[in-house]
Design a protein around this ligand. Structure first.
Ligand code: AMP
Length: 280
C-alpha cells in the first residue's frame, strides 16, 4: 500500500493505474475509520481494479472549531485498517498542502445544500464540495463511493459531478449500523457510555417513523412527530431537526407520495449525530 501526500504524486499514481483497462476507485474519508468506511472500501474493490482512499480532516467543512479540534485522528490505526481491506493507495495530504497560503477558490453547492445540514452548519457543504473536487482532481477516479449515512452530502456530490462534467461515477452505499441500530460514525467514539446507550433512540425513532409509514401513515408532519416524540422521551437527547423530505430534491414534503427520506440531527452532550432512513 502506498502512502501519498501530494496531489502531483497522487495524479501520477492514478495515471499509471488508469492506463490500459485499469479502473480507479476512490473512497474519501476523514479517518477515524470504522466498519462503515471499510464497507465502502470493500465495495469499491468490486467496481475498480485499483482503490485509493483519502484520509483528510477538512477544516473547510467544520463550522465549529471545537468539533474540528476534537475530531479523532488515529492515523496509524487508520493506515493498518486500509491495508487490511486491500487499499492500494492512501492519499493523506496535510492541511498546508491542501490549502496553501493564497488559496481562495471554492466550489459553491446549489439548493440541495440549503436545508438541514446546510441550514444548521453554515458553509459546511461549500467546504465539502471544495475538498471533494480537490480530492477528485488529485485521485482522478473512475468511480467514487459515498455513504447514504450522509444522505444530503451524497445528493450534493452526485449533483456536483453532473453539473461540473466530472465524468466520475458516484455510488451510494447503505449505512452500516451497530447491532443495536446506531449508525457507525467516527463521532460515536466521543460519546460517554451513558450517551452511547441513549443514542440508540435515534435509530429507534427513525424506525418507528418508517414503521408508521409502512402501516399507511403518509403525512410528513405526523411521521416527523412520531420520531420527535421518541427522541423527546430520551432526556440525554437534544433534537436539532427531524425532517421528512423528497429523496431527489431534498425539499420538505407534506405527503409522502414519492421516494422520500426521514433524517435527524441529534445532540448527546457535545456530540452531534446524524442519521436517516429511506421511506420505502
Ligand atoms: P467521514 O469520514 O465521516 O467523512 O465519512 C467518509 C465516508 O464514509 C462518507 O461517504 C460517509 O457517508 C461514509 N460513512 C460514514 N459512516 C458510515 C456508515 N455508518 N455506513 C456507511 N458509510 C458511512
Amino acid at each position: 500500500m502506498e502512502i501519498i501526500t501530494t496531489p502531483s504524486e497522487m495524479q501520477r499514481w492514478s495515471r499509471a493505474h488508469r492506463s490500459g483497462a485499469g479502473r480507479v476507485g476512490f473512497v474519501p474519508t476523514m479517518g477515524a475509520l470504522h466498519e462503515g468506511h471499510l464497507h465502502l472500501m470493500r465495495t469499491a474493490r468490486e467496481h475498480a481494479s485499483a482503490v485509493a482512499a483519502s484520509i483528510f480532516v477538512n477544516p473547510l467543512q467544520f463550522n465549529r472549531r471545537d468539533d474540528f479540534d476534537t475530531y479523532p485522528r488515529p492515523m496509524d490505526d487508520d493506515l493498518a485498517l486500509c491495508e487490511s481491506v486491500g487499499i492500494d493507495a492512501v492519499y493523506a495530504p496535510t492541511a498546508a498542502t491542501m490549502y496553501p497560503e493564497g488559496f481562495e477558490t471554492h466550489v459553491e453547492p446549489g439548493s440541495l445544500g440549503d436545508p438541514m445540514e446546510g441550514a444548521m452548519r453554515p458553509g459546511h457543504f461549500r467546504g465539502v464540495t471544495t475538498v471533494v473536487t480537490k480530492l477528485f482532481n488529485a485521485v482522478q477516479p473512475d468511480v467514487a463511493l459515498f455513504g447514504q449515512k450522509d444522505y444530503q452530502q451524497l445528493a450534493v456530490i452526485r449533483r456536483m459531478t453532473i453539473d461540473l462534467d466530472m465524468g466520475i461515477e458516484i455510488i451510494g452505499v447503505p449505512t452500516v449500523r451497530e447491532p443495536d441500530g446506531l449508525a457507525l460514525s467516527s463521532r460515536n467514539r466521543r460519546l460517554t457510555p451513558e450517551d452511547r446507550a441513549a443514542a440508540v433512540a435515534v435509530p429507534v425513532a427513525l424506525t418507528a417513523a418508517l414503521r408508521a409509514y409502512r402501516a399507511g401513515e403518509a403525512s410528513g408532519r405526523t411521521l416527523e412527530q412520531c420520531a420527535t416524540e421518541i427522541l423527546a422521551a430520551e432526556p440525554r437527547a437534544r433534537v436539532e431537526y427531524v425532517q421528512v423530505f423528497d429523496a431527489n430534491t431534498l425539499v420538505s414534503i407534506d405527503r409522502v407520495d414519492r421516494p422520500s427520506v426521514i433524517a435527524a440531527a441529534v445532540w448527546f452532550g457535545d456530540v452531534r449525530l446524524i442519521d436517516n432512513m429511506l421511506l420505502d
